[in-house]
Design a protein around this ligand. Sequence first.
Ligand SMILES: NC(=O)c1ccc[n+]([C@@H]2O[C@H](COP(=O)([O-])OP(=O)(O)OC[C@H]3O[C@@H](n4cnc5c(N)ncnc54)[C@H](OP(=O)(O)O)[C@@H]3O)[C@@H](O)[C@H]2O)c1
Length: 341
Amino acid sequence: MSNQAKRVVLVSRPVGEPKASDFRIEDYALPTPGEGQVLLRTIWLSLDPYMRGRMSEGPSYAAPVPVGGVMEGGTVCEVIASNNPSFAKGDIVLARAGWQTHALSDGKDLRKVDPKLGPVSTAVGVLGMPGMTAYTGLLDIGKPQPGETVVVAAASGAVGSAVGQIARIKGARAVGIAGGKDKCDYVKRELGFDDCLDHRDPDLAAKLKEACPKGIDVYFENVGGAVFEAVFPLLNDFARVPVCGLIAQYNDTEPSVPKWASSLMRAVLTKRLTIRGFIVRDFAARHPDFQRDMSQWVREGKVKYREFVTEGIDSAPGAFMGLLKGANFGKQLVRVGPDKA
Ligand SMILES: NC(=O)c1ccc[n+]([C@@H]2O[C@H](COP(=O)([O-])OP(=O)(O)OC[C@H]3O[C@@H](n4cnc5c(N)ncnc54)[C@H](OP(=O)(O)O)[C@@H]3O)[C@@H](O)[C@H]2O)c1
C-alpha cells in the first residue's frame, strides 16, 4: 500500500461561480489510525449543490469549510485498517470523509453499508441523502394526492428524478423541468414523467401552462429564479411548495428583488399557499420509512436512477463546477478508488 494520499482543499472563497483556482489538490501522508480509530479508503465521493454554500461565509444552516480546509462531502468508504471493535477491515461504510482519498474516523459518524442491498454508490444517491430529500420533502410537505399535478425542476438530477417518480407512485401527475432535450426525453421516456419542459425555452411559461391544464398543486422547488417565475402564477389554491434548493441563485453575488416578490405574500394569503423550506436532516426520524419504501421501489423498478461518474479525486473540482451548471446527467459521483463490492 502506498503511503501517499490526496485531497482537495479550499484555497479561496469564490465570488460568483467557483473557479479551478479556488481549489488545490495536494498530497499528504497516509494517516495511521490511533486507539479506537479506523482508516478509511474513499471509494465514492458524492458531489452535491450544498457544497457551494460551504465555500462561502455568511449566515447558513451549517458552518463553512475553512480556507485551507478539506472540502466537505459524503462518501462511501472501505475500512482498510481498524482499531475499533465495531468495524472490521473490509467493511463498507457511509462516511463524511470529504474530498480526499483517505481519512481517519473514530467510528461515531459511520454507518455500515450492506453491499447485498445494491450497488454501494446508491448509499449517497437514491438510497441516501438525495433520495431521502425527495421522499421527505415531497411526502411530508408536498403531500401529493391522486390526480394532483406535481412540478419539479432539475428533474433528471438526483433529487428531482426521485420526486417525480414518487409523485407518480402516489397517483399524481408529474411534470418535470430540465435543461435540454436529452434530459427531457430521459425524464419522460425512462422515468415515466407525464411531461418535461426545457427551462431554457423562451416560452417556458406558456408551455408549462399547457402542460398543467388544471394548475399546479405541488411545486417541489429545487432551482428558484426564472423557473419559479413561470410556476408561480399557475399555483392552485392550497398548493404546497417544499423549498428544497435554489440552485439558480447559489452563485449570485447581490441579492435581487424579482418582479413577482410583491405579489408573493398576497398569493400566499389569497390562495392559502404553504411554502416551507426544509433541510433533509429535519426529517431524520423518517429514515426507517424512507429506507423501507425507497429500497422496495428501486428493487421493483418503480424508482429508477442514473449516475454520472467522473474518475479520480483530481476530477472533483471540475465535476463540481459542472454540477452547478447542469453538466451532470444524473447523480454526480466521483469514483475516488476501486469499487470491489
Ligand atoms: N434541502 C435539502 O436538504 C437538500 C438536500 C439535497 C439537495 N438539495 C437541493 O436540491 C436541488 C437538487 O440537488 P441535486 O443533488 O439533485 O442536484 P442535481 O439535480 O443532480 O444537479 C443540479 C442540477 O441543477 C440544475 N440547474 C442548475 N442551474 C439551474 C438553473 N439556473 N435553472 C434550472 N436548473 C438549474 C441542472 O440541471 P438542468 O441541466 O436540468 O438544468 C443541474 O444538473 C439543489 O437545489 C440542492 O441544493 C437540498
